[in-house]
Design a protein around this ligand. Sequence first.
Ligand code: ATP
Length: 360
Amino acid sequence: MAEIRLEDITHIYPGNVVAAREVNWTIEDGVAAALLGPSGCGKTTLMKIIAGILHPTKGRIFIEGEDITDFPIERRRLGMVFQFPTVYSMSVYENLAFPLKNMGLQTSEIRKRIKEVSELLGLEEVLNLPALSLDPGTRQKVALARAVIRGRLNALILDEPLTNVPPEERMKVRLAIKTVRKVYKTTMIFVTHDQSEAFSMSEKVAIMNEGKILQYGTLDEVYENPKNTFIAYFVGHPGMNILSCDLKNNELDFGDFSIIIPETMSQAIRERCKHSTSRIYFGIRPEYVLVDTVRKPGWINFRCIGVEFGENKLILLLKKENTELQASVPRFDIREGDQVWLYFPEDKIKIFDSNGNLVL
Ligand code: ATP
C-alpha cells in the first residue's frame, strides 16, 4: 500500500477536450477513497493517468513520493478492476494463474496463491468452470482476485466495478471488495457516479466536476460543509436547498419572504462576502427544515405542492410565490395542498457567496 499524489494534472484529448484541469489530489496511504462525479466529468481519464494507460498532458504522479509519471503500467504495481470484468475465455483457475505464470512463479506457488485468494473471495466452487459462463457478479469477483493475486500492490483502482452487475448481485461484490481491503490493507480508489455507493465503500470522497476535484474529505465534511453550491446540491437525496437572497441589516431577504438572523451571523456574512452581500446563496438540507401544520410565531407559511414517500419519511415540495424548496420530514400526515409553516434552524443554515463558494 502507498500514498498516491497527483500534482497539477491536466489532460487534453485531441479536439481540445479538456478532461482533467490542474488536479491536485493526495490519496493517503491505506485510505479507501471514492471518486464521485457526474458522467463525463473526467473520472476514467484520471484513473487511466494513474494506471499509466494515458500520459497526462501536464503534471506529475507520485507513488510513495516517487515520480512515476513516466513509468510503464507494470512498474506501478496497481491492481485494476473495470466496469466490464476483464476475464478471458478459459477456466477461472487459468484466469488466476495467467498473471502468476507471467511473473515466472513455480506451479506450487501458483496453486498456493490461487487457493488463498479463492478461499478469501468464495471462488473455490467455480475454479474449474469457464469464467465466461459465470454470472456478472462472480465474474467481477474473479476480476478482483486477478487484480490482487500478484501481491505487493501499491493500490487497487476500481473504475465503476458495480455498474454492470445486476442490483441483486451487487452486495456480494461489495463484500468481496471490502474483504480484499481488510486483508490486504491496500490504498483504494473507487470510481462511481452513485453517491450511496461512494459513501458506503470509502472513508473519504473526492467530488469531481468538469475536470476538477472540487472537494476531498470525509462524508461528514462533504455533506455538512460542502465547499460550493454544486457539491451542496449534488450530494444528498434530495440535494441541499439553495435559494438566492440579499442580506439587509439582520435579515436575509428572499423576495417572497425574509428571515431574521442573529447579528453575529450577519456580521460574519458581511466580512466574508466582501465584494457583495446581494445575490448570495442560502442553503439548507431538506431534513433540517422544520415543518409544522400549525402556525407558529416567526415560522414562514408555505403550501405543500407535492409529496413523495421515502423510507420512514415524506419528501415535501413546498412553494411560496416564486420560491420552491424541499423538506424531508419523519411524519406521514401532510398532503398536497396543505398549508404548512417552516423554520430554518440557524445552526443548519449555510451561506455561499455570489460565486457559489461556502463562506459560513
Ligand atoms: P463516465 O462516468 O461517463 O465514464 P467520466 O467521468 O469517466 O465519464 P471520462 O470518460 O474521463 O469521464 O471523459 C471526460 C471527457 O473526456 C468527456 O467529455 C469525454 O467525452 C472526453 N473523452 C474521453 N475519452 C476521450 C477520447 N479518447 N478522445 C476525446 N475525448 C475523450
